[in-house]
Design a protein around this ligand. Structure first.
Ligand SMILES: *Cc1c(COP(=O)(O)O)cnc(C)c1O
Length: 397
Protein backbone atom coordinates (compact mmCIF):
# COMPACT_ATOMS: atom_id res chain seq x y z
CA UNK A 1 0.00 0.00 0.00
CA UNK A 2 1.37 3.46 -0.86
CA UNK A 3 1.89 6.04 1.89
CA UNK A 4 -1.03 8.11 0.66
CA UNK A 5 -3.36 5.11 0.66
CA UNK A 6 -2.36 4.36 4.25
CA UNK A 7 -3.04 7.95 5.30
CA UNK A 8 -6.45 7.95 3.61
CA UNK A 9 -7.53 4.63 5.11
CA UNK A 10 -6.38 5.49 8.62
CA UNK A 11 -8.01 8.93 8.40
CA UNK A 12 -11.36 7.37 7.54
CA UNK A 13 -11.08 5.21 10.66
CA UNK A 14 -10.94 8.20 13.02
CA UNK A 15 -12.43 11.23 11.24
CA UNK A 16 -16.21 11.49 11.04
CA UNK A 17 -17.32 10.79 7.51
CA UNK A 18 -19.04 14.07 6.61
CA UNK A 19 -17.02 14.58 3.41
CA UNK A 20 -16.47 12.32 0.43
CA UNK A 21 -12.88 13.44 0.05
CA UNK A 22 -10.96 13.21 -3.20
CA UNK A 23 -8.24 10.53 -3.05
CA UNK A 24 -5.36 12.97 -2.77
CA UNK A 25 -3.14 13.69 0.24
CA UNK A 26 -1.70 17.18 -0.05
CA UNK A 27 1.64 17.86 1.52
CA UNK A 28 2.65 21.43 0.68
CA UNK A 29 2.08 24.31 -1.68
CA UNK A 30 4.10 26.90 -3.54
CA UNK A 31 2.59 29.86 -5.36
CA UNK A 32 -0.42 28.55 -7.27
CA UNK A 33 0.70 24.90 -7.10
CA UNK A 34 -0.04 22.14 -4.62
CA UNK A 35 2.02 18.99 -4.13
CA UNK A 36 0.78 15.67 -2.79
CA UNK A 37 2.79 13.29 -0.61
CA UNK A 38 3.96 11.41 -3.73
CA UNK A 39 5.36 14.64 -5.20
CA UNK A 40 2.70 15.07 -7.90
CA UNK A 41 2.05 18.72 -8.83
CA UNK A 42 -1.41 20.28 -9.13
CA UNK A 43 -2.41 23.67 -10.50
CA UNK A 44 -4.78 25.13 -7.94
CA UNK A 45 -7.96 26.83 -9.17
CA UNK A 46 -9.80 26.18 -5.91
CA UNK A 47 -7.65 27.97 -3.31
CA UNK A 48 -9.03 25.75 -0.53
CA UNK A 49 -12.55 27.00 -1.38
CA UNK A 50 -11.72 30.62 -2.18
CA UNK A 51 -9.49 31.02 0.86
CA UNK A 52 -5.82 31.10 -0.07
CA UNK A 53 -5.94 34.33 -2.10
CA UNK A 54 -2.22 35.14 -1.78
CA UNK A 55 -1.08 31.73 -2.98
CA UNK A 56 1.02 29.31 -0.99
CA UNK A 57 4.32 30.08 0.65
CA UNK A 58 4.10 33.88 0.67
CA UNK A 59 7.14 34.66 2.83
CA UNK A 60 5.95 38.03 4.16
CA UNK A 61 2.67 36.44 5.28
CA UNK A 62 4.41 33.41 6.82
CA UNK A 63 6.94 35.63 8.59
CA UNK A 64 4.25 37.85 10.13
CA UNK A 65 2.51 34.77 11.54
CA UNK A 66 5.75 33.30 12.89
CA UNK A 67 6.56 36.56 14.65
CA UNK A 68 3.11 36.74 16.20
CA UNK A 69 3.34 33.11 17.36
CA UNK A 70 6.56 33.91 19.17
CA UNK A 71 4.96 36.95 20.86
CA UNK A 72 1.51 35.72 21.85
CA UNK A 73 -1.19 33.65 20.16
CA UNK A 74 -4.13 34.19 22.44
CA UNK A 75 -5.33 36.55 25.16
CA UNK A 76 -9.18 36.24 25.19
CA UNK A 77 -11.42 39.19 24.45
CA UNK A 78 -11.28 40.42 28.03
CA UNK A 79 -8.17 42.42 27.11
CA UNK A 80 -6.89 44.72 24.38
CA UNK A 81 -4.09 43.85 21.96
CA UNK A 82 -2.45 45.68 19.09
CA UNK A 83 -3.17 43.17 16.28
CA UNK A 84 -6.90 43.57 17.05
CA UNK A 85 -6.71 47.33 16.61
CA UNK A 86 -4.72 47.06 13.38
CA UNK A 87 -6.93 44.37 11.85
CA UNK A 88 -10.13 46.19 12.84
CA UNK A 89 -8.94 49.52 11.41
CA UNK A 90 -8.18 47.86 8.09
CA UNK A 91 -11.51 46.01 7.91
CA UNK A 92 -13.44 49.18 8.74
CA UNK A 93 -11.48 51.27 6.25
CA UNK A 94 -11.91 48.83 3.37
CA UNK A 95 -15.58 48.00 3.93
CA UNK A 96 -16.54 51.63 4.52
CA UNK A 97 -18.52 50.43 7.54
CA UNK A 98 -18.23 51.38 11.19
CA UNK A 99 -17.49 48.52 13.64
CA UNK A 100 -16.27 44.94 13.35
CA UNK A 101 -16.63 41.76 15.43
CA UNK A 102 -14.15 38.98 14.61
CA UNK A 103 -15.27 35.34 14.59
CA UNK A 104 -13.55 32.02 13.89
CA UNK A 105 -15.47 31.11 10.74
CA UNK A 106 -17.94 32.26 8.15
CA UNK A 107 -20.94 30.59 9.71
CA UNK A 108 -20.23 32.32 13.03
CA UNK A 109 -20.10 35.65 11.22
CA UNK A 110 -23.62 34.90 9.92
CA UNK A 111 -24.80 33.99 13.43
CA UNK A 112 -23.51 37.33 14.70
CA UNK A 113 -25.15 39.22 11.84
CA UNK A 114 -28.50 37.54 12.57
CA UNK A 115 -28.24 38.39 16.26
CA UNK A 116 -27.30 42.01 15.52
CA UNK A 117 -30.29 42.37 13.17
CA UNK A 118 -32.70 40.85 15.70
CA UNK A 119 -31.37 43.08 18.46
CA UNK A 120 -31.71 46.14 16.21
CA UNK A 121 -35.38 45.35 15.60
CA UNK A 122 -35.89 44.53 19.28
CA UNK A 123 -34.70 48.01 20.24
CA UNK A 124 -36.66 49.58 17.37
CA UNK A 125 -40.01 47.92 18.21
CA UNK A 126 -39.65 47.17 21.92
CA UNK A 127 -40.33 43.47 21.42
CA UNK A 128 -38.71 40.34 19.99
CA UNK A 129 -40.03 37.80 17.42
CA UNK A 130 -38.81 39.30 14.14
CA UNK A 131 -38.43 37.80 10.70
CA UNK A 132 -35.57 37.52 8.21
CA UNK A 133 -35.90 37.26 4.44
CA UNK A 134 -33.34 34.99 2.79
CA UNK A 135 -32.87 33.76 -0.80
CA UNK A 136 -33.51 30.45 -2.50
CA UNK A 137 -30.31 28.57 -3.46
CA UNK A 138 -28.30 30.59 -0.95
CA UNK A 139 -25.53 29.27 1.26
CA UNK A 140 -24.62 30.88 4.57
CA UNK A 141 -23.11 28.07 6.64
CA UNK A 142 -23.80 24.93 8.67
CA UNK A 143 -24.59 26.08 12.20
CA UNK A 144 -28.28 26.14 13.02
CA UNK A 145 -28.86 29.88 12.58
CA UNK A 146 -26.91 30.09 9.33
CA UNK A 147 -28.51 26.86 8.11
CA UNK A 148 -31.93 28.40 8.77
CA UNK A 149 -31.24 31.14 6.19
CA UNK A 150 -29.61 28.71 3.73
CA UNK A 151 -32.07 28.04 0.89
CA UNK A 152 -31.24 24.38 0.37
CA UNK A 153 -33.87 21.83 1.48
CA UNK A 154 -31.38 18.97 1.37
CA UNK A 155 -29.04 20.67 3.87
CA UNK A 156 -31.94 21.68 6.15
CA UNK A 157 -34.31 18.70 6.22
CA UNK A 158 -32.74 16.37 8.84
CA UNK A 159 -32.17 19.19 11.31
CA UNK A 160 -35.64 20.70 11.62
CA UNK A 161 -37.01 22.52 13.49
CA UNK A 162 -34.53 25.24 12.64
CA UNK A 163 -34.62 28.89 13.69
CA UNK A 164 -38.09 30.26 13.02
CA UNK A 165 -39.12 33.46 11.30
CA UNK A 166 -37.31 32.93 7.99
CA UNK A 167 -39.01 33.55 4.63
CA UNK A 168 -37.37 32.61 1.34
CA UNK A 169 -37.59 34.84 -1.71
CA UNK A 170 -36.32 34.36 -5.25
CA UNK A 171 -32.82 35.70 -5.89
CA UNK A 172 -32.85 38.52 -8.46
CA UNK A 173 -36.64 38.90 -8.15
CA UNK A 174 -37.44 42.10 -6.25
CA UNK A 175 -41.21 41.48 -6.27
CA UNK A 176 -40.77 38.12 -4.57
CA UNK A 177 -38.77 39.84 -1.82
CA UNK A 178 -41.39 42.59 -1.48
CA UNK A 179 -44.05 39.90 -1.06
CA UNK A 180 -42.15 38.54 1.97
CA UNK A 181 -41.90 41.87 3.82
CA UNK A 182 -44.09 42.23 6.91
CA UNK A 183 -44.05 44.71 9.79
CA UNK A 184 -41.88 42.21 11.64
CA UNK A 185 -39.11 41.94 9.04
CA UNK A 186 -35.76 42.85 10.60
CA UNK A 187 -33.32 41.93 7.82
CA UNK A 188 -32.81 40.76 4.27
CA UNK A 189 -29.77 38.50 3.85
CA UNK A 190 -28.12 37.49 0.60
CA UNK A 191 -24.78 36.76 -1.02
CA UNK A 192 -23.79 39.55 -3.40
CA UNK A 193 -22.62 36.75 -5.70
CA UNK A 194 -24.13 33.37 -4.81
CA UNK A 195 -21.28 30.87 -4.52
CA UNK A 196 -22.28 27.34 -3.50
CA UNK A 197 -25.61 27.82 -5.27
CA UNK A 198 -23.85 27.97 -8.66
CA UNK A 199 -22.05 31.33 -9.12
CA UNK A 200 -24.95 33.75 -9.63
CA UNK A 201 -24.13 37.48 -9.36
CA UNK A 202 -26.92 39.74 -8.13
CA UNK A 203 -28.47 41.93 -10.84
CA UNK A 204 -27.61 45.61 -10.22
CA UNK A 205 -31.29 46.64 -10.27
CA UNK A 206 -32.12 43.90 -7.76
CA UNK A 207 -29.41 44.89 -5.28
CA UNK A 208 -30.16 48.61 -5.60
CA UNK A 209 -33.86 47.85 -5.24
CA UNK A 210 -33.19 45.93 -2.03
CA UNK A 211 -31.18 48.87 -0.67
CA UNK A 212 -34.08 51.24 -1.36
CA UNK A 213 -36.62 48.80 0.09
CA UNK A 214 -34.55 48.40 3.27
CA UNK A 215 -34.18 52.17 3.64
CA UNK A 216 -37.92 52.73 3.21
CA UNK A 217 -38.90 50.11 5.79
CA UNK A 218 -35.99 50.44 8.25
CA UNK A 219 -34.90 46.87 7.47
CA UNK A 220 -31.21 45.92 7.72
CA UNK A 221 -29.51 44.74 4.52
CA UNK A 222 -27.04 41.95 5.29
CA UNK A 223 -24.62 41.12 2.48
CA UNK A 224 -22.72 37.87 2.81
CA UNK A 225 -19.33 38.57 1.19
CA UNK A 226 -17.66 35.52 2.73
CA UNK A 227 -16.83 34.03 -0.66
CA UNK A 228 -17.15 36.95 -3.08
CA UNK A 229 -15.38 39.54 -0.89
CA UNK A 230 -11.68 40.31 -0.37
CA UNK A 231 -10.78 41.22 -3.93
CA UNK A 232 -12.18 38.15 -5.64
CA UNK A 233 -14.48 40.07 -7.99
CA UNK A 234 -11.93 42.75 -8.83
CA UNK A 235 -13.33 45.01 -6.10
CA UNK A 236 -12.43 44.91 -2.43
CA UNK A 237 -15.99 43.72 -1.85
CA UNK A 238 -18.42 42.67 -4.56
CA UNK A 239 -21.00 45.23 -3.41
CA UNK A 240 -18.50 47.99 -4.34
CA UNK A 241 -19.13 47.05 -7.97
CA UNK A 242 -22.81 47.94 -7.45
CA UNK A 243 -22.30 51.07 -5.39
CA UNK A 244 -24.43 49.50 -2.67
CA UNK A 245 -23.41 49.57 0.99
CA UNK A 246 -25.00 47.02 3.33
CA UNK A 247 -25.93 47.67 6.96
CA UNK A 248 -24.08 44.51 7.93
CA UNK A 249 -21.44 42.64 5.93
CA UNK A 250 -20.08 39.19 6.66
CA UNK A 251 -16.57 38.24 5.69
CA UNK A 252 -14.34 35.15 6.09
CA UNK A 253 -12.57 32.76 3.67
CA UNK A 254 -9.78 34.97 2.18
CA UNK A 255 -9.90 37.39 5.15
CA UNK A 256 -7.15 35.46 6.96
CA UNK A 257 -5.85 33.56 3.91
CA UNK A 258 -5.88 30.25 5.76
CA UNK A 259 -5.88 31.20 9.42
CA UNK A 260 -9.45 30.53 10.57
CA UNK A 261 -11.10 33.92 10.95
CA UNK A 262 -14.34 35.61 9.98
CA UNK A 263 -16.01 38.91 10.74
CA UNK A 264 -19.31 40.68 10.75
CA UNK A 265 -19.03 44.36 10.09
CA UNK A 266 -21.73 46.87 10.99
CA UNK A 267 -22.55 50.24 9.50
CA UNK A 268 -23.09 53.10 11.93
CA UNK A 269 -26.85 52.59 12.33
CA UNK A 270 -26.53 48.88 13.12
CA UNK A 271 -23.43 49.39 15.26
CA UNK A 272 -25.01 52.08 17.43
CA UNK A 273 -28.32 50.33 17.95
CA UNK A 274 -27.76 46.59 18.36
CA UNK A 275 -25.32 44.39 20.27
CA UNK A 276 -24.12 45.67 23.65
CA UNK A 277 -21.87 44.19 26.35
CA UNK A 278 -23.30 40.81 27.34
CA UNK A 279 -25.12 40.26 24.03
CA UNK A 280 -22.42 38.38 22.15
CA UNK A 281 -18.99 36.86 22.66
CA UNK A 282 -16.34 34.36 21.62
CA UNK A 283 -13.30 32.90 23.36
CA UNK A 284 -11.03 32.70 20.33
CA UNK A 285 -12.57 35.16 17.89
CA UNK A 286 -10.10 37.83 16.78
CA UNK A 287 -7.21 36.50 18.81
CA UNK A 288 -3.73 37.95 18.20
CA UNK A 289 -2.74 35.24 15.71
CA UNK A 290 -5.93 35.60 13.66
CA UNK A 291 -5.71 39.39 13.72
CA UNK A 292 -2.04 39.37 12.73
CA UNK A 293 -3.08 37.30 9.71
CA UNK A 294 -5.93 39.67 8.77
CA UNK A 295 -3.72 42.70 9.18
CA UNK A 296 -0.95 41.25 7.01
CA UNK A 297 -3.43 40.10 4.37
CA UNK A 298 -4.69 43.68 3.93
CA UNK A 299 -1.11 45.00 3.79
CA UNK A 300 -0.10 42.47 1.15
CA UNK A 301 -3.26 43.05 -0.90
CA UNK A 302 -2.26 46.74 -1.01
CA UNK A 303 1.41 46.11 -1.69
CA UNK A 304 0.77 43.58 -4.47
CA UNK A 305 -2.26 45.50 -5.79
CA UNK A 306 -4.28 42.28 -5.74
CA UNK A 307 -7.54 44.04 -6.58
CA UNK A 308 -5.97 45.76 -9.59
CA UNK A 309 -4.44 42.48 -10.73
CA UNK A 310 -7.80 40.67 -10.56
CA UNK A 311 -9.53 43.45 -12.49
CA UNK A 312 -6.82 43.43 -15.14
CA UNK A 313 -6.57 39.64 -15.54
CA UNK A 314 -10.19 38.51 -15.06
CA UNK A 315 -11.31 39.49 -18.61
CA UNK A 316 -8.70 37.06 -19.92
CA UNK A 317 -10.07 34.25 -17.71
CA UNK A 318 -13.59 35.07 -18.95
CA UNK A 319 -12.45 35.07 -22.56
CA UNK A 320 -10.68 31.71 -22.26
CA UNK A 321 -13.67 30.16 -20.45
CA UNK A 322 -16.05 31.56 -23.09
CA UNK A 323 -13.90 29.86 -25.74
CA UNK A 324 -14.12 26.57 -23.83
CA UNK A 325 -17.89 26.98 -23.55
CA UNK A 326 -18.18 27.63 -27.28
CA UNK A 327 -16.32 24.39 -28.09
CA UNK A 328 -18.67 22.10 -26.10
CA UNK A 329 -22.41 22.11 -26.59
CA UNK A 330 -22.94 20.52 -23.15
CA UNK A 331 -21.63 23.73 -21.54
CA UNK A 332 -24.77 25.82 -21.25
CA UNK A 333 -23.50 28.97 -19.51
CA UNK A 334 -20.44 30.86 -18.29
CA UNK A 335 -21.02 33.43 -15.59
CA UNK A 336 -19.36 35.14 -12.66
CA UNK A 337 -17.38 38.19 -11.62
CA UNK A 338 -13.61 38.52 -11.57
CA UNK A 339 -11.91 35.38 -10.30
CA UNK A 340 -15.20 33.84 -9.22
CA UNK A 341 -16.41 32.06 -12.33
CA UNK A 342 -18.65 29.13 -13.17
CA UNK A 343 -19.27 26.93 -16.18
CA UNK A 344 -22.70 25.32 -16.07
CA UNK A 345 -22.94 21.89 -17.70
CA UNK A 346 -26.11 20.27 -19.01
CA UNK A 347 -27.61 17.71 -16.61
CA UNK A 348 -26.42 14.72 -18.69
CA UNK A 349 -22.79 15.71 -18.00
CA UNK A 350 -22.34 15.46 -14.19
CA UNK A 351 -19.83 18.02 -13.02
CA UNK A 352 -18.35 15.67 -10.39
CA UNK A 353 -16.89 13.50 -13.12
CA UNK A 354 -15.15 16.48 -14.76
CA UNK A 355 -13.76 17.66 -11.43
CA UNK A 356 -12.37 14.15 -10.70
CA UNK A 357 -10.76 13.86 -14.13
CA UNK A 358 -9.22 17.33 -13.82
CA UNK A 359 -7.72 16.32 -10.49
CA UNK A 360 -6.22 13.18 -12.07
CA UNK A 361 -4.70 15.42 -14.72
CA UNK A 362 -3.23 17.77 -12.09
CA UNK A 363 -5.81 20.56 -11.89
CA UNK A 364 -7.83 21.44 -8.80
CA UNK A 365 -11.25 22.88 -9.63
CA UNK A 366 -14.40 22.67 -7.56
CA UNK A 367 -18.04 22.06 -8.21
CA UNK A 368 -20.97 24.23 -7.17
CA UNK A 369 -24.72 23.64 -7.08
CA UNK A 370 -26.71 23.33 -10.29
CA UNK A 371 -24.02 21.27 -12.08
CA UNK A 372 -21.44 24.07 -12.23
CA UNK A 373 -17.63 23.88 -12.43
CA UNK A 374 -16.43 26.57 -10.05
CA UNK A 375 -13.21 28.53 -10.60
CA UNK A 376 -11.99 30.36 -7.50
CA UNK A 377 -8.21 30.43 -7.91
CA UNK A 378 -5.66 32.19 -5.74
CA UNK A 379 -5.89 35.87 -6.73
CA UNK A 380 -2.25 35.93 -7.89
CA UNK A 381 -2.77 33.70 -10.96
CA UNK A 382 -1.30 34.93 -14.24
CA UNK A 383 -2.47 34.64 -17.86
CA UNK A 384 0.02 31.79 -18.21
CA UNK A 385 -1.62 29.92 -15.32
CA UNK A 386 -4.98 30.47 -17.01
CA UNK A 387 -3.62 28.99 -20.27
CA UNK A 388 -2.32 25.94 -18.34
CA UNK A 389 -5.66 25.55 -16.62
CA UNK A 390 -7.59 25.67 -19.90
CA UNK A 391 -5.32 23.02 -21.45
CA UNK A 392 -5.96 20.57 -18.61
CA UNK A 393 -9.65 21.46 -18.40
CA UNK A 394 -10.10 20.70 -22.11
CA UNK A 395 -8.63 17.23 -21.60
CA UNK A 396 -10.90 16.64 -18.62
CA UNK A 397 -13.98 17.76 -20.57
C1 LIG B 1 -18.19 29.36 2.96
C2 LIG B 1 -19.33 30.25 3.12
C3 LIG B 1 -19.96 30.41 4.37
C4 LIG B 1 -19.59 29.60 5.59
O1 LIG B 1 -18.28 29.79 6.00
P1 LIG B 1 -17.58 28.71 6.96
O2 LIG B 1 -16.26 29.34 7.30
O3 LIG B 1 -17.47 27.44 6.19
O4 LIG B 1 -18.46 28.55 8.15
C5 LIG B 1 -20.99 31.33 4.46
N1 LIG B 1 -21.38 32.06 3.39
C6 LIG B 1 -20.78 31.92 2.18
C7 LIG B 1 -21.24 32.79 1.05
C8 LIG B 1 -19.76 31.01 2.00
O5 LIG B 1 -19.21 30.86 0.80
Amino acid sequence: MSESQKIMEKTEQVVLHTYNRFPVVFDHGQGVHLYDVDGKEYLDFGAGIAVFALGYGNQAYNQALKEQIDKIIHTSNLFYHKPLLEAAQKVVAHTGLSKVFFTNSGTEAIEGAIKAARKYAYLRDGHADHEIIAMEHSFHGRTVGALSVTGNAHYQEPFKPLMGGVRFAKFNDLDSVRACVTDRTCAIILETVQGEGGIHPADPAFLKGLRTLCDEKDILLILDEIQCGMGRTGYWFACDAYGVRPDIMTCAKALGCGVPVGAFVLGEKAAEHSLEPGDHGTTYGGNPLACAAVSKVFDLFEKLDIVGHVRETAPYLEKRLDEVAARHDFIVDRRGMGFMQGLELSPDHPVGEVVRRALDLGLVVMSAGGNVIRFVPPLIITKQDIDCMVKILEKAL
